[in-house]
Design a protein around this ligand. Structure first.
Ligand SMILES: [Zn+2]
Ligand SMILES: [Zn+2]
Length: 289
């Protein structure tokens, strides 16, 4: 946090895990505890990822109480918790059997492990001695063109504040909603389209409205046939590339061809006249006496 570039962020993004909790502080030479990161999923449409968008999100978070400077008391004084003598921990001893005891250490419930209490009359009226207050904050999340499902957008140091703690990050994880028309694979888009047999042989055209609302006229070349289960690739009509949005992937159209179930004798005769000749049968028909 604190705007300092942290090389460990690179590793955590490789492994897809959020850095959570106060662990690892000493290895990075930090004396203060590190607060937890807060991770939120953020649902986005394919249109959002194609065009880029800004989402305003209202979140409530704990911030240090300004009235008492996060002391919790009007005077700034605190008392040693009488329940744990200021250690923040309570040791309980259980007799398990003759000569056997179990010793357990737990955070003190009287002071929530802080080791201090505040005199009731000295309690800060703003935070009621909690040292933090809730604040509503609106975050503007910029979703850039070409971002991917699962990509993280981090707001360093915007998680809950707590005394003597380096504030953790708020992390939004993009969740791409399924699109009714387009499927995305990386920078490419895929579209299903069904042609009649006549269209597949004699040419076709159709209008496709793209993710940005543009109407594309998709048509076959003169004389071009389309085989069932084939793809047609269109350059620069896929997704924009992240941080290079002027470059785009490909749009692949996957064709299904609907064949007629049955042809009449006249249709068969007409087709045989214009289509290439059938291969000659190699075997001579056997005659039966
Ligand atoms: Zn205590
Ligand atoms: Zn206060």
């Amino acid at each position: 946090g604190g705007g300092v570039h942290d090389p460990f962020d690179i590793f955590s993004s490789f492994f897809g895990g959020a850095r959570v909790g106060g662990g690892g502080g000493s290895s990075r030479g930090r004396r203060q505890r590190r607060g937890e990161d807060v991770v939120h999923p953020l649902k986005v449409t394919l249109e959002d990822l194609y065009l880029g968008t800004t989402k305003k999100l209202s979140l409530s978070r704990n911030v240090l109480c300004g009235k008492c400077n996060a002391k919790g008391s009007k005077s700034g004084a605190s008392l040693k918790c009488p329940s744990c003598q200021g250690t923040g921990m309570k040791v309980t001893i259980r007799q398990l059997g003759p000569g056997m005891i179990q010793q357990m250490q737990q955070p003190c419930t009287g002071c929530k492990g802080t080791g201090e209490t505040i005199n009731d009359r000295d309690r800060c009226p703003q935070c009621k001695g909690e040292k933090v207050v809730q604040e509503k904050k609106v975050l503007e999340v910029h979703v850039d063109k070409g971002m991917q499902n699962g990509q993280k957008i981090t707001f360093p140091g915007e998680a809950d504040e707590a005394p003597d703690t380096v504030t953790g990050d708020i992390v939004f994880v993009l969740q791409e909603k399924e699109h009714t028309k387009f499927k995305r694979k990386g920078e490419d888009l895929f579209l299903e389209h069904t042609l009649s047999l006549t269209e597949s042989l004699c040419g076709f055209q159709f209008v496709l409205s793209h993710l940005d609302g543009r109407q594309l006229l998709i048509k076959s070349l003169p004389g071009e046939t389309v085989k069932p289960n084939s793809y047609k690739g269109i350059n620069d009509e896929g997704m924009p590339l992240y941080q290079r949005p002027f470059m785009k992937g490909k749009l692949y159209i996957h064709f299904t061809v609907e064949f007629p179930d049955f042809l009449s004798g006249d249709q068969v005769a007409a087709l045989e006249k214009i289509l290439p000749a059938k291969p000659q049968t190699q075997l001579t028909e056997m005659e039966i006496d």
